[in-house]
Design a protein around this ligand. Structure first.
Ligand code: ZN
Length: 250
């Protein structure tokens, strides 16, 4: 089955989608430093690839909106190449897109978010769109970020670590420079019981608080096979989520 892409349809074709209960999926990533070994667009490539692969499989009717690549990356603006919007601009963009989705007659909108730094704003947008356009809105991740309840077995998996690097070795090996990969795991955070990533008290940070490489995790040992497995798990998980989302109601 071919993935249905919003921007490949005509306006008339799009008008039929609402009647069929079609779910709108908006992949969102980032353009931000990902250490010396990964490309800036890592999160965007992963979010879009998972969304498109999921929609090509056995899922309820769904259409992928054009991916938002530049979002909230202020924690990485110290590094050259990072592109970031002020939070208000992202909220305004999401409101414009959500309102177009509602005007097209669709009732369900899912953000598939590849960058943890976007999550808080997406939850705000999800509520605002519910309020202003009565949409049923959802926030999903290809992999739940480690600082938001996600678990990882290969050390801290916050940024450019084992899993993300492996997935990129699967998707775009031509863009990964493993010879430059550096480990940077802030083990000193273990000194704190309550404050930390995924602990009861979160904290504000920028990625250079942990080291010069911009990595927060351990890309060592990353490989394409682990990436293929992680990618296929993410696709399957999103397909299952879509089945529930299509049936969900308030
Ligand atoms: Zn990333």
């Amino acid at each position: 089955m071919a993935t249905l892409l919003w921007h490949e349809l005509s306006s008339g074709e799009l008008a039929d989608l609402g009647d069929r209960g079609t779910v709108a999926v908006l992949p969102i990533g980032s353009v931000e430093q990902h250490g010396p070994h990964l490309p800036l667009g890592t999160d965007t490539m992963i979010a879009e690839s998972v969304a498109h692969a999921a929609l090509a499989g056995p899922v309820p009717p769904a259409v992928a909106l054009p991916t938002i690549s530049v979002a909230l990356s202020s924690e990485h603006t110290w590094a050259k190449g990072t592109l970031s919007l002020p939070p208000g601009q992202l909220l305004s963009l999401l409101d414009s897109i959500g309102s177009a989705v509602a005007r097209a007659g669709l009732k369900r909108l899912v953000f598939l978010n590849g960058h943890g730094g976007n999550s808080a704003a997406l939850r705000v947008a999800a509520r605002e769109l519910r309020l202003s356009h009565r949409l049923l809105t959802f926030v999903a991740h290809p992999h739940t970020p480690a600082d938001q309840g996600g678990i990882s077995s290969e050390g801290l998996e916050i940024h450019a670590g084992f899993r993300e690097t492996s997935v990129m070795l699967h998707l775009r090996p031509d863009l990964v420079r493993m010879e430059l990969a550096e480990r940077c795991v802030p083990e000193w955070l273990d000194r704190y019981r309550l404050v930390g990533f995924g602990k009861p008290v979160s904290f504000g940070w920028t990625s250079d608080d942990f080291g010069k490489s911009g990595v927060i995790g351990d890309p060592g040992g990353a490989n394409a096979e682990a990436g293929r497995e992680a990618f296929s798990e993410a696709v399957t998980a999103f397909q299952s989520a879509l089945a529930e989302i299509a049936a969900f109601d308030l």
